[in-house]
Design a protein. Structure first.
Length: 131
């Protein structure tokens, strides 16, 4: 989503309406992806009984609220693209490097217990990312 937003803000459009449409699409997709990704991540942490689950979930809730505010501001006609691009870059780097890395060992323990014969897509993906 960060890359899509970066491309949308740098693309030369023939008129402002097309640019706003492209940026609006990315902002909407970013919000939708954020919510679904956080939901998946939180289910992993719950299954792993991650002891800081509630705190991590709260950071997600705060970020979703912030993303909603960016969408609201955009819909009101405010130019939020550069600010949002910078916020997303910082969030992505810091959240993954710190917050997400902290829960990986707990999830890894759960993944290691998965039946080795499990062949469903989710089981394979979890093993791939957490082994």
């Amino acid at each position: 989503m960060v890359n899509h937003l970066g491309r949308a803000r740098e693309t030369v459009f023939t008129d402002m309406k097309h640019k706003q449409g492209a940026i609006g699409h990315v902002v909407g997709e970013m919000l939708s992806y954020t919510i679904s990704h956080f939901s998946f991540e939180e289910s992993l942490m719950q299954d792993a009984q991650y002891k800081y689950f509630q705190a991590h979930k709260r950071t997600h809730e705060l970020f979703v609220a912030r993303a909603n505010e960016y969408q609201r501001r955009f819909m009101a006609g405010e130019d939020i693209v550069n600010e949002l691009f910078e916020v997303l870059n910082r969030w992505l780097f810091n959240h993954i490097r710190n917050d997400d890395l902290a829960y990986a060992p707990a999830v890894k323990k759960v993944v290691e217990k998965l039946d080795e014969t499990r062949s469903d897509w989710l089981g394979r993906m979890l093993k791939r990312f957490f082994k």
